[in-house]
Design a protein. Structure first.
Length: 259
């Protein structure tokens, strides 16, 4: 077994059991037991063309993933990494066609403080080897996923101008999450402490047309983040049951359209 960073001809890799990770023009043979690696120059087996590192995405956006290379495996595995650590699996057996469209989930929980350095990783087995033997893995350039500014809330349309919102702490436990509720720039409930089920009701009188409802997280309780379920009465369009996830000082917002 090779150790360190010695240069090897590509043919010498065929007898090695492990995982190959491609970064730029280098192939790194990784040994899971101790994470040492051997580096070999190669640009032809597998490379990710897009994302190319210039993109900034939001939840619900479509990420066009594109790759090229001579590897003939019928399927590939597509994963999401963040700062070199596995984050989520995007596709387990995607056809090796060179392209795949990934729709970022609406509830994607991007990091609130650092939203960059996400990478797409594509892994394919070398066909001449038995399953579990030798794989090639390529990483894209780092790109950005920005969490929704709404904190997870989405716009609704209601059937009347007087509605009730019900707020319930639905985190791991009731931990003292505290918020301000602001309607059209006016604080209608200050320093509201979230409680467990069935929650607390707050009646709102809306203006005709669009109304801006904001939730300002004053703290995160004893368990981060500030998390609650929001139920809105008399909803005609949109989600009547929603959830916010906010860090201290962040504001979640939605538009409530009334007749």
């Amino acid at each position: 077994m090779f150790r360190g960073h010695a240069r090897l001809p590509i043919a010498a890799l065929i007898s090695i059991v492990g995982i190959i990770a491609i970064s730029g023009c280098n192939i790194r043979v990784l040994y899971p037991s101790d994470y040492e690696n051997t580096t070999v120059e190669n640009t032809t087996l597998l490379a990710i063309v897009a994302p190319d590192g210039t993109e900034e995405y939001n939840p619900t956006d479509i990420v066009p993933i594109q790759w090229s290379g001579s590897i003939t495996s019928p399927t590939v595995v597509i994963d999401l990494y963040r700062y070199g650590q596995f984050s989520a699996q995007i596709a387990n057996q995607a056809a090796n066609t060179g392209s795949f469209d990934w729709v970022i989930p609406a509830d994607f929980d991007a990091e609130s403080e650092v939203t960059d350095h996400y990478q797409i990783a594509i892994r394919a087995q070398l066909p001449e080897h038995s399953p579990g033997d030798l794989f090639v893995q390529a990483f894209s350039e780092p790109f950005t996923i920005v969490p929704q500014a709404s904190g997870g809330l989405s716009d609704v349309t209601v059937s009347q101008r007087i509605v009730v919102i019900t707020m319930t702490d639905n985190g791991q436990e009731v931990d003292g999450d505290t918020v301000d509720i602001v309607l059209n720039g006016t604080t209608v409930s200050a320093a509201h402490i979230l409680v467990g089920p069935p929650g607390t009701d707050l009646e709102l009188t809306l203006q005709a047309g669009m109304n801006l409802l904001e939730v300002v997280a004053l703290n995160e309780g004893t368990i981060s983040p500030n998390t609650a379920e929001l139920v809105i009465s008399h909803v005609l369009e949109g989600e009547s049951i929603q959830e916010w996830r906010l860090a201290t000082g962040e504001t979640g917002s939605l538009t409530v359209t009334a007749p």
